[in-house]
Write a protein that binds this ligand. Structure first.
Ligand code: NAD
Ligand code: IPM
Ligand code: MN
Length: 358
């Protein structure tokens, strides 16, 4: 049987520290379930490559990655010497766009043993999925500066909302909500302040809602939606949002369940025309890099999502995913813990602890 081809792209900072732990656990779970994987480590898509070559990636990057089944990605960015828009537009954002990974799926869950910063919340109270549009919206490089350097200086940054781009991510979110017991979908909007894009986004959501009478659809402005992530997190099941709103919600949600160090994401091309990309929500964390204390669970959980997506239809990947999530649950409940969760364990101690539980 042909092994799944996975490009391992550690990137920068703690991306390089959590990636090996992700591989350790994914390989162990795959072995148990008879899933064959072949990892190819890629050193580019990193600020090291930029320092050496002046670009984040080789010119033929797309050809090199196109045949992969998935990309397993750490984190990119080293703002001390590479501007963030250069490093991210030169790597991660290219992958999302060129491989049409239009769904960014980001689960948020409160685990037993992880102190919740929201008073009185128990595991089970907070368990929702953020579906973030991942290829357009507010994330563009379209715009410019007029009269630069003068008193009249004006900066324009365009947003792009296409009907195809909006409908397909809404569709994914509606289907996901339909597959879950609560049948609830929250649509993030800002149709009061943003007078063009968001009223239109709402109208696309309304049009689709007509096809899903069984789904309870709740449109909320992004400001109060953020407040409710904190005050009433049990209200949420599936939340769909534009690129920027989804980005902000997907750090707020994980923070509200104790640490961003465990939050995973799946950047999906659901049609499988291109490889999908699996990565932690967090970044390269220059402030803690080199100490070996980064929490690897976000990377490990992202790897579980990768196995599930890769083997869709066989069931082996789902079982491997569930095993990994159970092992994560066990470690979060009983330790060891990295410092972001109040412990003293190292990145690799945590990775080994999760692997041993498999
Ligand atoms: P960040 O997520 O890297 O770090 C934010 C804070 O969370 C830091 O204090 C960090 O120490 C902590 N943290 C993050 N991950 C952790 C983990 N696994 N365990 C323990 N603590 C963790 O966000 P930032 O500081 O805004 O960005 C740093 C760099 O990373 C920038 O270059 C940014 O552009 C980039 N970035 C990349 C990605 C990505 O590659 N997907 C995502 C976010 C930020
Ligand atoms: C994320 C990150 C990226 C984003 C950055 C690094 C461009 O914050 O994956 O959430 O904004 O999408
Ligand atoms: Mn983010």
């Amino acid at each position: 049987e042909r092994p799944f081809q996975i490009a391992l792209i550690p990137g920068d900072g703690i991306g390089k520290e959590v990636a090996p732990e992700g591989v350790r656990v994914v390989e162990a779970a795959a072995r148990r379930h008879g899933i064959h994987l072949r990892f190819t480590e890629i050193g580019w898509a990193s600020c090291d490559h930029w320092r050496a070559h002046g670009t984040m990636m080789p010119a033929d990057w797309k050809a090199q990655l196109q045949g992969m089944d998935a990309l397993f990605f750490g984190a990119v960015g080293w703002p001390a010497d590479v501007p963030d828009h250069v490093s991210l537009w030169g790597s991660l954002l290219q992958f999302r766009r060129e491989f049409d990974q239009y769904v960014n799926l980001r689960p948020v869950r409160l685990f037993d043993g992880v102190p919740c910063p929201l008073a009185g919340r128990q595991p089970g109270d907070i368990d929702y999925l953020i579906v973030r549009e991942n290829t357009e919206g507010e994330y563009t490089n379209i715009g410019g500066t007029m009269w630069p350097g003068t008193e009249r200086e004006v900066v324009l940054q365009q947003s792009v909302f296409s009907r195809r781009g909006t409908d397909r991510v809404l569709k994914y979110a509606f289907e996901l909500a339909a597959s879950r017991p609560r049948h609830k979908l929250t649509v993030a909007t800002k149709s009061n302040g943003m007078a063009v894009s968001m009223p239109w986004w709402d109208s696309r959501a309304d049009a689709m809602a007509a096809d899903y009478p069984q789904i309870a659809v709740d449109k909320q402005h992004i400001d109060i939606l953020s407040a409710r992530f904190v005050l009433q997190p049990d209200r949420f099941d599936v939340v769909v949002a534009s690129n920027l709103f989804g980005d902000i919600l997907s750090d707020l949600g994980p923070a509200s369940v104790g640490t961003i160090g465990i939050a995973p994401s799946a950047n999906l091309n659901p049609e499988r025309s291109f490889p999908s990309l699996f990565e932690p929500v967090h970044g390269s964390a220059p402030d803690i890099h080199g100490k070996g204390i980064a929490n690897p669970i976000a990377m490990i959980w992202s790897g579980a999502m990768m196995l599930d997506f890769l083997t869709d239809g066989t069931g082996a990947g789902r079982a491997a995913h569930d095993d990994i999530v159970r092992a994560i649950e066990g470690v979060l409940r009983e330790g060891p813990r990295t410092p972001d969760l109040g412990g003293r364990a190292s990145t690799s101690e945590l990775g080994r602890a999760v692997a041993e539980r498999l």
